[in-house]
Design a protein around this ligand. Structure first.
Ligand SMILES: [Zn+2]
Length: 154
């Protein structure tokens, strides 16, 4: 709303400059609360878990995907990974990053069946022949969990 109001002001006018300051303050507030949230979340993950498995997604490639880029920028994914890694170092935890080629969302976490074709992001659940209906994210998370632990023992 503040940005929209700024757009209505005459560039260089006193009101424009005042409104520009208001917009900058809001941006700063958002950035700070996001930073605060990220730190709290990564600290909690490190405190509560001995091992954290992550999927080493190519963040740059995903940011090119317009549909995903907004969410990833909002979540500040690269910064989350960076914090997890140094906090794991501090507290003696392990971060296990699985390969970006690992088919975390294309495999049934129950029977190992591979789903062929494109599983569009709009499809949130999938029923496998083994009788299980998966939530897309839950299935991927289970696969990442199993794979990240497998990497640690081999
Ligand atoms: Zn299955």
């Amino acid at each position: 709303k503040a940005s929209r109001q700024l757009a209505k002001k005459k560039k260089g006018s006193n009101n424009f400059n005042k409104q520009k300051f208001v917009v900058a303050k809001i941006h700063e507030k958002i950035a700070n609360s996001r930073k605060d949230f990220t730190h709290k979340m990564t600290s909690k993950l490190i405190n509560e878990n001995q091992v954290i498995g992550i999927e080493s997604l190519k963040v740059k490639n995903m940011v090119k995907n317009r549909m995903l880029s907004k969410h990833i920028h909002d979540a500040n994914f690269g910064e989350i990974v960076r914090q997890l890694e140094y906090k794991a170092d501090w507290y003696g935890r392990t971060v296990s990053a699985i390969s970006q080629w690992f088919p975390s969302s294309k495999m049934c976490s129950n029977c190992g069946e591979m789903y062929s074709g494109k599983w569009s992001l709009a499809i949130r659940t999938l029923s496998c022949e083994c009788g299980i209906t998966h939530d897309r994210d839950q299935n991927a998370a289970t696969n990442i969990h199993t794979e990240s632990l497998r990497l640690l023992v081999t």
